[in-house]
Design a binder for this molecule. Structure first.
Ligand SMILES: [Zn+2]
Length: 390
């Protein structure tokens, strides 16, 4: 269709009559396609930008294209003025941008209904958008501006990127993969925290050290924090040696498997061995992959006749996780889970706040973008464009 649109553009510009073009049903998809093409062609200088003279605006061009391409000389189009059709196309485009790919594809095939100069959607479709919104909605308060605990963040956010002395990459504030602050941040962020346990983070091959928030522990704490990779069979590092090396006397797995002990009930400090430090094994993976990993760890150790590991679980924790995901409100980012677990094991509330510094820095950044550009994570803003009645 792109070449047809290009031909149509040239012809419209030269006031030629168009013949022999394909025609399509008037769907919101057609409006979006032609709107995007209008913008694209102008951007690529295939046409001069609209002059704002009476007969030459984005809306004029879009309306003409629609009249050419819509089947059966769709009557609705003859009652519309160019400004209205352009506004409608912008509105549909914003609405489309916050939907799941599945809903986007259904919107593409949705017949155009225009009432009182506005795009209208069937009740059935609105119902689907509503369900989608409820599905991805974040808990109340997730996006409240609450950074009073972090007076340093506005300063940190303005600092420039700097070369990491570990890997020579340019990093902002810290380098996740190396687990260190960039040099100029050391004096600003100050002394290291001490978690009540050490950590081993096993990262599933779908995840990476760059995205993994567990790296914050290595950056901010002086504990023993190690990372291992859970690779696909026959790729790179194999997980079997890691799992076999786990020690049932000191390693516990933070994962809510069915026989997991609630973290509150776990004996973090023992009277007969007060110096003992547990090592918490964290699985950095999606919920589904985490379940598989937890099961494989159990089975593999059973088969080797190794003692079973203790699993511990967290409850009453609501994530402040803003990223788009489908796992419901109990899904938290790894650093939130680690902090919560540390709190139960005796880490003070103040230390918890300090441990969440880099997490909140990321959150602050997202929030700033939301406040200044309106460019926001789609999960929470379905309602901003759709205004669904709940
Ligand atoms: Zn580095």
């Amino acid at each position: 269709m792109d070449s047809e649109i290009a031909a149509a553009f040239q012809n419209i510009y030269n006031n030629n009559i168009l013949e022999g073009l394909h025609q399509y049903h008037l769907t919101y998809g057609l409006i979006l396609k032609l709107r995007n093409a209008t913008k694209r062609m102008i951007k690529r200088m295939m046409m001069p930008a609209p002059t704002d003279l009476h007969e030459d605006t984005y809306g004029h061009r879009l309306l003409k294209l629609l009249q050419y391409f819509a089947k059966d000389s769709n009557e609705q189009l003859y009652h519309l003025d160019p400004e209205t059709i352009w506004e409608i196309s912008e509105d549909v485009s914003s609405k489309n941008s916050v939907l799941s790919p599945k809903l986007q594809s259904q919107l593409f095939h949705h017949e155009v209904i225009i009432l009182e100069k506005k795009a209208v959607f069937t009740d059935e479709y609105i119902e689907k958008v509503k369900n989608y919104f409820l599905h991805v909605k974040r808990p109340e308060g997730t996006f409240d501006w609450k950074f009073d605990d972090y007076p340093l963040i506005p300063t940190l956010i303005k600092t420039a990127r700097e070369k990491c002395n570990g890997c020579n990459s340019m990093r902002h504030i810290y380098c996740g993969p190396c687990g260190r602050l960039v040099d100029s941040m050391e004096p600003l962020i100050g002394k290291k925290l001490t978690l009540p346990f050490d950590l081993l983070v096993i990262i599933h091959w779908h995840d990476s050290l760059i995205k993994c928030t567990a790296t914050h522990t290595k950056v901010l704490c002086n504990n023993n924090v190690t990372f291992a990779h859970w690779e696909k069979k026959n790729y790179g590092e194999s997980w079997e040696p890691i799992v076999a090396s786990l020690n049932a006397d000191t390693d516990i797995v933070l994962f809510p498997s069915h026989d997991a002990v609630p973290a509150e009930e776990f004996q973090w400090k023992s009277d007969c061995n007060p110096d003992k430090t547990w090592r918490v094994v964290v699985l950095e993976a999606s919920w589904q992959n985490g379940k598989t990993m937890a099961r494989q760890i159990k089975e593999f150790r059973e088969n080797l006749g190794l003692p079973p590991l203790i699993y511990i679980s967290l409850s009453n924790i609501v994530g402040q996780y803003w990223r788009f995901h489908n796992e419901g409100n109990s899904a938290v980012s790894t650093i939130e889970a680690i902090t919560h677990c540390a709190n139960i094991a005796g880490f003070s509330d103040n230390d918890c706040t300090s441990l969440l510094l880099l997490f909140n820095l990321q959150k602050y950044r997202v929030q700033m973008r939301f406040n200044t550009e309106g460019n926001v994570p789609r999960a929470i803003h379905v309602n901003r464009f759709w205004d669904v009645d709940l």
